[in-house]
Design a protein around this ligand. Structure first.
Ligand code: GLA
Length: 376
């Protein structure tokens, strides 16, 4: 079974866009292993759009671009597998992909077989050039059925940007993760807007079917295909924390061959990854009190062992105090219990609290606390 917890890996689009080729994929696979990403759970190496020829062959099959992949996709897939990683590819529900390569419309079963023959383990499925007369849910259900019967287990990642009421039919369709937002860009406004737009949608996320807030921009620093502005390390830390608490798949989008120490420290934080990968798959819910404004958010994620993760996010542009009381999510005076807090990023005990907790946070910064419920 795939996608019991939010899928983790790497995707070419954010940094490389059209500029993909066999050597890049092999070097990325090497780097994922050498930098310890694979060991931490980043298992899928996914090639996004622009990998194919502009037209199908005479048999109607998809064909790899011979300039970019001279040895074909099976050779790339074999290399990725030889490193202990899983191999992902991309297609589209419409007649053309978003970069105008052939889409899988009306070729769903043929393409599923092709992907299976190449050893594909993950398929991202986009939504451009969709014929207007066919509802999207029919097209996603169709490819899901084709993938489920192609002779290989393939994780199905739907990418229709949260359109057409997908949250109502995604789970029934057999989809494992679904893009619930438009495309991310490597700047603060983009990632803040995505996070804010996803708060309150935790009803749709869970084991085997996760809301996908798009690939991570951590470590891009304004370089590459969606590197439109760049972020500070503090902003990348907040971005990663939001994605972890909100159960998003963690698909790295920077160039993993040349990560800074700061980027590695964020992407490789074991305690944050454990929060994202908690087996119960509960997405953090937002608690709002009158003393925290709309852009000062507190997310609470219950974990399977009884702990609670409390994320305090100052998404505003000014230094601010964030507050919560234990009463807001469970502890009453009569409970005789308190929160024993660990600051996850700083890896230190942050005190035992009953009633009021306050912290001053710099603009765009966050604090992630793991709370054990202890006797007072
Ligand atoms: C869409 C998707 C992106 C990426 C591009 C490729 O915009 O949302 O994630 O796959 O297409 O063209």
């Amino acid at each position: 079974m795939v996608a019991k917890t939010p899928p983790m890996g790497f995707n070419t689009w954010n940094t490389f866009g059209n500029d993909i080729h066999e050597d890049l994929i092999k070097e990325t696979a090497d780097a994922m292993v050498d930098h310890g990403l694979a060991e931490l759970g980043y298992a899928y190496l996914v090639i996004d759009d622009c990998w194919s020829e502009r037209e199908r062959n005479a048999k109607g099959e998809l064909v790899a671009d011979p300039q970019k992949f001279p040895n074909g996709m099976k050779a790339v897939s074999d290399y990725v597998h030889s490193k202990g990683l899983k191999f992902g590819m991309y297609s589209c529900a419409g007649t053309r992909t978003c970069a105008w390569h052939p889409g899988s419309f009306d070729h769903e079963y043929q393409d599923a077989k092709t992907f299976a023959s190449w050893g594909v383990d993950f398929l991202k499925y986009d939504y451009c050039s969709k014929p207007l007369m066919i509802p999207g849910e029919i097209l996603y259900r169709r490819i899901a059925m084709a993938l489920r019967n192609c002779g290989r287990e393939i994780l199905f990642s739907a990418c229709n940007w949260g359109c057409d009421g997908i949250e109502n039919w995604v789970r029934g369709a057999g989809i494992h993760m679904w893009r619930s937002t438009g495309d991310i860009e490597d700047n603060w406004v983009s990632l803040r807007n995505i996070a804010m737009s996803q708060m309150g949608k935790e009803y749709a996320s869970g084991t085997y079917c996760f809301n996908d807030m798009d690939m991570l921009v951590v470590g891009m620093y304004g370089k590459g295909n969606v590197g439109l502005g760049g972020c500070s390390d503090t902003e990348y830390k907040t971005h990663f924390s939001l994605w972890c608490l909100m159960n998003s798949p963690l698909m790295i989008g920077c160039d993993v061959r040349s990560m800074t120490k700061e980027t590695k420290d964020i992407l490789c934080n074991k305690d944050m990854i454990a929060i994202n990968q908690d087996i119960e798959g509960r997405q953090g819910y937002s608690i709002k009190q009158e003393w925290n404004g709309g852009d000062k958010n507190i997310l609470v994620k219950p974990l399977s062992n009884g702990d609670y993760v409390i994320g305090l996010f100052n998404l505003s542009d000014s230094k601010s105090e964030l507050r919560f009381t234990s009463f807001d999510f469970g502890l009453t005076e009569n409970s005789k219990m308190a929160f024993s807090l660990t600051d996850v990023w700083e890896d230190r005990h942050a005190g035992t609290y009953f009633q009021d907790y306050r912290v001053e946070l710099e603009p765009h910064d966050c604090q992630v606390l793991r709370a054990k419920i202890v006797e007072r």
